[in-house]
Design a protein around this ligand. Structure first.
Ligand SMILES: C[S@@+](CC[C@H](N)C(=O)[O-])C[C@H]1O[C@@H](n2cnc3c(N)ncnc32)[C@H](O)[C@@H]1O
Length: 325
């Protein structure tokens, strides 16, 4: 059976939109970003079950990649309504930060099986994925190896809150990293403030955070649309933004609360986008049947992503923040 994550969504399997009508968002892509269906995958080459401080260059023995960028394959994060907006934001800031295309140092905290890490490596960057799950890191190894990118992707087993310790001594990262991804992870860590402080500590001055987190307002709408108005109301009043004990998402934020958390970590918010403003509300049957509907949905997602009030109703909030120089 093809899991949702494998069909190209995978950014947020626990985002609390269960009960949403026809959660879709995949715009005709296959096997692209953010596979989170790692649990239970069988480990193979490159599984990092070892000490947390050991980084393994996945499936290869050669040094850090210094090759030029390759075109990112079709079906990658740019073509999925669940990931396109984030990919575009990241592509723009990475291009600006690396005009000569030498490649930047990126850490994907909770990067799972490499849904973003591998396309970033494909674009010429050096990526360290930090994740506590050996199965996810094994899947990352396979994915990077299959793409011929093993020399640009390193896997480190560990917790986002321990980033400074985990990255200490890794080749080439002495001065801090250029970008940290923290996508669909803040809601699962024990202490979100501590995790963000750890992220800020490993950024070089001028380095960026890309944060993707579940949005409280979307859960209100999703529960109401699922015929659960009592649970929708609960999301509004619950401190963690949960709809009840059965909610698979541990926390949600609204834009102001997320910004406050980021500012407290010493970072400055530069951009806020909504991700999956409407994609989760459109039944996949419509997209499958209607010619051009998938592409139109992707275009609509792009158009709505930075426009309040639509942005503020999206399933996820994407924040780009910078560590002041
Ligand atoms: C929903 S998945 C998101 C994966 C990926 N970032 C994406 O966007 O597709 C959550 C990931 O966070 C990882 N994770 C769980 N607890 C963590 C922690 N304390 N620190 C870092 N990563 C963690 C999980 O193993 C999983 O890979």
């Amino acid at each position: 059976m093809v899991r949702d994550a494998e069909r190209g969504s995978g950014v947020d399997d626990t985002s609390g939109h269960d009960g949403d009508p026809g959660s879709t968002g995949d715009v005709g892509s296959t096997g692209d970003a953010g596979s989170t269906g790692d649990v239970g995958s069988t480990g193979d080459a490159g599984s990092t079950g070892g000490p947390a401080s050991t980084a393994q260059r996945v499936g290869a023995a050669d040094g850090p990649g210094a090759r030029g960028a390759r075109p990112v394959r079709r079906g990658g994060p740019a073509s999925s309504a669940r990931t396109a907006v984030v990919w575009e934001v990241l592509s723009a800031v990475l291009s600006e930060a690396d005009p000569e295309g030498r490649g930047l140092d990126v850490v994907d905290a909770g990067g799972g099986s490499g849904g973003f890490a591998v396309p970033l490596a494909e674009a010429g960057h050096r990526v360290v994925v930090v994740d506590p799950s050996p199965d996810s890191l094994a899947a990352l190894s396979r994915r990077a190896g299959d793409a011929g990118l093993a020399d640009r992707v390193r896997a480190v087993q560990g917790d986002a809150t321990d980033l400074p310790t985990l990255l200490a001594g890794l080749e080439g990262l002495d001065g801090g990293v250029d970008l940290v991804l923290c996508h669909s992870v803040l809601e699962v860590v024990d202490d979100p403030a501590a995790a963000l402080a750890a992220v800020a500590a490993v950024l070089r001055p001028g380095g960026r955070l890309s944060l993707l987190a579940p949005n409280r307002a979307a859960a209100v709408l999703a529960r109401a649309l699922a015929g659960r108005p009592d649970e929708a109301a609960h999301v509004l009043s619950d401190p963690a933004g949960r709809w009840g004990p059965g909610d698979g998402t541990a926390r949600r934020w609204d834009p102001a609360a997320l910004a406050e958390l980021i500012v407290r970590a010493g970072l400055v918010v530069e951009q806020v986008h909504g991700v999956r403003v409407v994609a989760d509300l459109v039944p996949s049957a419509v997209l499958d049947v209607e010619p051009g509907a998938a592409a139109a949905l992707l275009a609509l997602e792009r158009a709505l992503s930075d426009r309040p009030p639509f942005r503020d109703l999206a399933t996820q909030l994407h924040v780009l923040a910078v560590r002041p120089a």
